[in-house]
Design a binder for this molecule. Structure first.
Ligand code: CP
Length: 330
């Protein structure tokens, strides 16, 4: 992946260097008129995406499908473990052998760590990881980084030198794992991790950050003033806790609303969240009273997800330079 995309799986952010990221972002930029329906392409006409989601999803699943449709391809989907033969004891290998005979590329989410890589071993077509348990969510990290780059550009700055605060469930939140790893590729960053000690960022990621020469601050309290350019809020990943009661101990601990945002962050701090945000009263980690705050980037993130996923499909299927050759009237 570091030099070539065509025919390769996308399983981890570890596959990407800065050159590969720049290539994805360049192709994503070129996808904008198609995503906005100002142009239409049939470059993937006749191609089929197998969209396999064995764990709940709204935006990742639908944006993968939308991205493939916007490139002219078709989507076949399965959702939920109980609706697939995995529930009858079929192995990931057999499932992969079978479904890769029906598709040109597969996007997959599964609750077990390492499951998408295991599936990819049996697949005859490229597989894109849509989230494997608490491990990784590489396409979310790419769209988050793409968003950070755009937001920073708006202020005339780049990603080098970024100050980023990540808040909440940093143990089970796979998006913060993948994003932290990608950010390690840049220079002179300051990571501020705010979480209960029990939900702290895995030690191997903290080591990766310090070994790459970045500054790292770890705290259990949302207290005082953080000189952060980005505030990346997360949901307590209750589905990964041993019990609901255990998750409830932490829900509602770090609430970001207009008042706490003003108290702890700068007036220009960009607010991000991978979504879904838990809007139930006992959690509400990102309040609706921030919805009109111009620094709230959460829906710019979701829009950018389509562009980045279109880019990954085009690159993986080797059509990134042919998209406009297949333009059709809108
Ligand atoms: N961000 C994200 O992965 O959202 P979904 O769970 O809705 O796909």
């Amino acid at each position: 992946m570091k030099t070539q995309f065509t025919g390769k799986h996308v399983l981890s952010v570890a596959q990407f260097d800065r050159g590969a990221i720049e290539k994805v972002f360049l192709v994503a930029d070129n996808m904008l008129p198609y995503a906005l329906r100002k142009k239409r392409t049939q470059v993937l006409e006749g191609a089929i995406l197998g969209n396999l989601f064995f764990e709940p999803s709204t935006r990742t699943r639908v944006s993968f499908g939308t991205a493939f449709n916007l490139l002219g391809g078709e989507v076949r989907e399965t959702t939920g473990m109980s609706n697939s033969a995995l529930a009858k004891g079929e192995s990931l290998y057999d499932t992969a052998r079978v479904l890769s005979g029906y598709s040109d590329i597969i996007a997959m989410r599964h609750p077990q760590e390492g499951s998408v890589a295991e599936f990819a071993e049996g697949s005859r077509v490229p597989v894109i990881n849509g989230g494997d348990g608490a491990n990784e969510h590489p396409t979310q990290a790419l769209l988050d980084l793409y968003t950070i780059e755009k937001e920073r550009k708006f202020h005339g700055e780049g990603i080098d030198g970024l100050n980023i605060a990540m808040i909440g469930d940093l143990k089970y939140g796979r998006t913060v794992h993948s994003l932290s790893k990608l950010l390690c590729l840049y220079k002179d960053l300051h990571f501020i991790f705010i979480s209960p000690q029990e939900l702290s960022m895995p030690a191997y990621i903290c080591d990766m950050i310090t070994n790459a020469g970045h500054k790292l601050t770890i705290t259990e309290q949302l207290e005082g003033s953080f000189n952060a350019d980005i505030c990346y809020q997360t949901r307590i990943q209750e589905e990964r806790f041993p019990s609901q009661g255990e998750a409830n101990k932490y829900r509602g601990k770090f609430r970001l609303n207009q008042q706490t945002y003003t108290k702890h962050f700068q007036s220009k701090t960009v607010i991000m969240h991978p979504l879904p945000r838990d809007s139930r009263a006992e959690a509400n980690e990102l309040d609706n009273d921030l919805n009109l705050n111009p620094n709230l980037a959460i829906f710019r993130q979701t829009d950018n997800g389509v562009l980045v996923r279109m880019a990954l499909f085009a690159l993986t299927l080797g059509v990134e330079d042919k998209v406009s050759d297949f333009d059709r009237p809108v």
